[in-house]
Ligand binder design. Structure first.
Ligand SMILES: [Zn+2]
Length: 95
């Protein structure tokens, strides 16, 4: 059985507990030649190497991230997705 741990607090998420997934895609939104996900799948490095050598590889500006969150961190994430409230104290007891 696969076990998940929260990417935020590091605690193991019990299988009986809810697990939340966060998927983020970060890319330069003003690039003329946007790379679609379908392009990534069909991307053949060997075949397209010659073509792409001359131009910048747009793939470097595209990042896809995925995180697992426990229920409490899920709530915390939704309350402050970008972590702007740096002054907020988390009520975790250190142990
Ligand atoms: Zn957590």
């Amino acid at each position: 059985m696969q076990h998940f741990s929260c990417d935020y607090c590091g605690r193991t998420i019990p299988n009986s507990s809810r697990r939340f997934e966060v998927k983020m895609e970060v890319y330069a939104s003003n690039e003329a030649t946007m790379l679609q996900e379908s392009d990534l799948e069909s991307f053949d490095p060997l075949e397209e190497l010659e073509d792409t050598l001359a131009e910048q590889l747009p793939i470097t500006t595209f990042q896809k991230m995925r995180y697992d969150l426990c229920p409490s961190c899920h709530e915390r994430f939704l309350a402050d997705p970008l972590g702007r409230d740096l002054t907020r104290k988390f009520d975790f007891s250190e142990n």
